[in-house]
Design a protein around this ligand. Structure first.
Ligand SMILES: C[S@@+](CC[C@H](N)C(=O)[O-])C[C@H]1O[C@@H](n2cnc3c(N)ncnc32)[C@H](O)[C@@H]1O
Length: 197
């Protein structure tokens, strides 16, 4: 696994990212509404890129949202876009060695296949969530669309996802899986941290 490949790739595409992003926010809102983010929840927009969904997460939490991304050029752009929004803050960092604060909810939007070791990700999510905290892996593309999208990037940048119920198994040591659902144009895993973790 090499995070430096992921970092280099996303640094190289950051200036074009917002021209490419054409997410249908109504569809994303409908997916996020299933997470159960409550007003006042402290939310981490993990692998936030340029902050495509940071504003939407704030719509649910009505509280500060923090964005973390390994690619500095993405974060530079996010900071520019949100410079007059008090609720948003952004930071460059690799989540797999992130020493940051704890959160009530961690949302990984359109970024999960770039975390190449899902079991290690599950441990990091558990460490970074408060008691009863939730994580959500959300894609506004289906698994087949995702593979087609990622194949040209090669195995050093992303991995193909398993059928969602099989993929959810990676999280079951630390989480109760509340939802593992997929369709032609979405992929969704939501987990709540086990009390004994
Ligand atoms: C496909 S982009 C999605 C960005 C954003 N969520 C969006 O939907 O526009 C994937 C992002 O994951 C970030 N990323 C990958 N691995 C990471 C890690 N270990 N820690 C933090 N960010 C990471 C990349 O730098 C990249 O910006």
């Amino acid at each position: 696994m090499s995070h430096s490949n992921v970092e280099a790739f996303f640094n190289s595409v950051a200036s074009k990212w917002d021209d490419w992003a054409n997410d249908d926010m109504d569809r994303v809102r409908a997916l996020f509404s299933q997470i159960g983010i409550k007003p006042g929840d402290k939310v981490l927009d993990l692998a936030c890129g340029t902050g495509v969904v940071t504003e939407l997460l704030h719509e649910f939490s009505l509280a500060p949202v923090h964005g973390l991304d390994i690619a500095e050029n993405m974060i530079v752009r996010a900071k520019e876009k949100y410079q007059d929004k008090d609720y948003a803050s952004f930071e460059v960092g690799d989540f797999m060695s992130y020493p940051g604060e704890k959160y009530d909810a961690i949302v990984i939007y359109n970024a999960y296949p770039h975390f190449l070791d899902p079991k290690a990700l599950s441990s990091r999510l558990a460490e970074t969530l408060n008691i009863a905290g939730k994580f959500a892996i959300v894609h506004s593309l289906g698994r087949k669309q995702l593979s087609a999208h990622h194949d040209p990037l090669g195995p050093k940048i992303s991995r193909d996802l398993l059928p969602v119920r099989e993929e959810a198994e990676f999280f079951k040591e630390e989480f109760e899986v509340l939802k593992a659902d997929e369709g032609e144009d979405f992929y969704l895993i939501i987990g709540a941290k086990n009390a004994n973790v």
